[in-house]
Ligand binder design. Structure first.
Ligand code: OAA
Ligand code: MG
Length: 575
């Protein structure tokens, strides 16, 4: 399918496939929308019913069927089946109502889809690379059908959303994230490759499930794990030197180690660490414009000091430093709370990512605490009185009234971002957070929530989700030739996002969202891509180009869900 890459716009598309093979190729299949000319050309007569349908008719029919299903999990399964059959139709459906379909193809329905993935899996999509494939990863990647890959999302299923180790069932996430690269960032689906690195699982429910699709083995760790990852990364880089390799939902320590090891060698990026950080930074900038404390006055408690929590703190520190604060002073503004309580110097088990934010050992000498060896979130909240509270813990209900209420006594507009997904894992429900802060908190969540009513007024709940960042990053890689993802580029993405905030110019920011609506994610991806490419050029990690040329490249890179006319491929083709 080397020719599908040139498929954007209305130009015809050349393919060597015909008959059943063409119908079985989801990026090319049009179902009963192949017209008479194409049915002649590709030997489709007899395989399809007589009437030629339009894409619009197919969309209407599919939407009616989806509407009749009982819940979003069933709709997720049905939509994935459509995607595996006909990608153009899948994206045409999603395009019609992005805001309505995102919670179905992605968070939160995707959480259930991962838990039940072994039971809903029907057709191959992407690659499962198991630990037992070591020694032949390069050979597997060499298949001609992967010639055009530009963006890979890879996971080892180690820490899926807030629901932990899902082993090979975690494949739902690379598939879902890549669907968003296309739905929000216009990535040609022929260039997307989801990969599940199956290194086993420690999830006993899965190990005992006779239907489990993965490698039935305890999770491989340590040097063997690192060697497997090294073989994979080396093979990816050799096969596609310009690919974007996006890591997703690895467990915290693996995530940071892998990112640090490879980020200066190729264009690789960890969405939980860097995507979450960039969207949080963008939303914080917007919250400051909406009445939150200025950056220089922020004191920030992060509950859940894994990859995402530390990534957020890292990027916010860089933002503070860029605004003139000394790095040490900026680090001290963060209070990281984890299973061992407040992270302090000298504690055992302080991770590499937490190290810069460890508070002095004697920070609590003047506080009243029950156990000086384990300072709880409640004690930190009571004594620090932060301006901002961020939840990346995966612990549903961890933010109680007692934890949150002291913030409102200190700040006019406390900022609370409860980012854990899916819904059952959120640290507090948005309505409760508003209630406990007398309606003054600026609230964000990781997944979608309907507006909540407080004091007779409807208040939007912002979704501070990575989907505001990574689709634009992918677009930047494809259109701008980015070769590395630097922190400067992530900060540029955050500023671009804040620049689109509806709260910026509002007289009453309490009822205005911080971020643009999900329905505008395509515009957001464009703005993020533009900013990332511009910053990449300034840092020498994207080739020089005029702004006009970049704009033209961005427009040309965007794939849209429409049927192109097909012609028979002549000459050398890969399939
Ligand atoms: O996928 C999402 O909605 C956000 C995310 O990366 C995670 O929770 O791991
Ligand atoms: Mg994730």
């Amino acid at each position: 399918m080397s020719d599908t890459v040139q498929s954007t716009g209305n130009v015809s598309l050349h393919t060597a496939l015909s008959g059943r093979e063409l119908l079985d190729c989801p990026v090319l299949n049009k179902g009963n929308a192949f017209d008479g000319r194409e049915r002649d050309l590709f030997g489709l007569h007899g395989l399809l019913p007589a009437r030629v349908a339009t894409l619009a008719e197919q969309v209407d029919l599919a939407r009616a069927r989806l509407a009749a299903l009982p819940d979003n999990f069933s709709r997720h399964v049905a939509l994935r089946e459509i995607q595996d059959r006909n990608e153009t139709l899948f994206y045409a459906i999603v395009d019609q109502a992005l805001e309505a379909w995102l919670p179905v193809i992605y968070t939160p329905a995707i959480g259930q889809a991962c838990i039940r993935f072994s039971h809903i899996w029907t057709r191959p999509r992407g690659l499962f690379l198991s630990f037992e494939d070591r020694g032949r990863i390069a050979e597997i990647l060499s298949a001609p059908q992967w010639d055009n890959v530009r963006v890979i999302v890879a996971s080892d299923g180690g820490s899926i959303l807030g629901i932990g180790d899902q082993g090979a069932n975690g494949m739902g996430i690379p598939i879902g994230k890549l669907s968003l690269y296309t739905a929000c960032g216009g990535l040609d689906p022929a260039c997307a490759l989801p990969i599940l690195l199956d290194v086993g699982t420690d999830n006993t429910t899965l190990l005992e499930d006779p239907e489990y699709i993965g490698w039935r083995h305890r999770r491989v760790r340590g040097a063997d794990y690192d060697a497997f990852i090294a073989e994979f990364v080396t093979a990816v880089h050799a096969r596609w030197p310009n690919v974007a390799l996006h890591w997703e939902d690895l467990s915290g320590a693996d995530a940071l180690r892998i990112l640090r090891r490879y980020r200066d060698r190729m264009c690789t990026y960890n969405d939980d660490i860097q995507g979450t950080a960039a969207v949080t930074a963008g939303a914080l900038l917007a919250a400051i414009r909406a009445g939150g404390a200025p950056l220089a006055q922020q004191r920030i408690v992060v509950f859940g000091a894994g990859g995402a929590g530390c990534g957020i703190a890292d990027l916010l520190v860089q933002m503070m430093v860029a605004e003139g604060m000394a790095a040490d002073e900026a680090n001290r503004r963060f209070f990281m709370v984890d299973i061992n309580g407040l992270v302090r110097e000298g504690m055992a088990d302080v991770t590499e990512g937490q190290q810069p934010f460890a508070q002095p050992a004697d920070i609590a000498s003047g506080w009243t605490v029950a156990d000086p060896a384990h300072i709880t979130l409640a004690e930190v909240m009571e004594n620090v009185r932060p301006t901002m509270l961020i939840g990346t813990s995966g612990q549903g209900g961890a933010f109680t009234r007692d934890i949150v209420a002291p913030m409102a006594q200190q700040s006019a507009r406390p900022v609370i971002f409860a980012l854990s997904n899916p819904t059952a894992n959120i640290e507090a429900m948005p309505g409760d957070l508003l209630e406990w802060t007398e309606g003054r908190a600026i609230i964000g969540t990781g997944g979608p929530f309907a507006p909540v009513s407080y004091d007779g007024r409807s208040r939007p709940v912002d979704q501070i989700n990575n989907s505001y960042v990574f689709p634009g990053v992918g677009l930047a890689v494809v259109a701008g030739g980015i070769t590395r993802m630097t922190d400067g580029m992530l900060l540029a993405a955050a500023h671009a996002l804040a620049g689109l905030s509806p709260a910026a110019d509002s007289d009453d920011p309490t009822t205005i969202p911080l971020l643009p609506p999900v329905s505008e994610l395509r515009t957001v991806a464009m703005a993020v891509a533009r900013a990332v490419i511009r910053q990449g050029r300034a840092e020498g990690v994207a080739p020089p180009a005029s702004d006009d040329a970049t704009e033209a490249a961005l427009k040309a890179a965007v794939w849209t869900a429409q049927y192109r006319p097909y012609e028979k491929a002549v000459g050398e083709v890969s399939r």
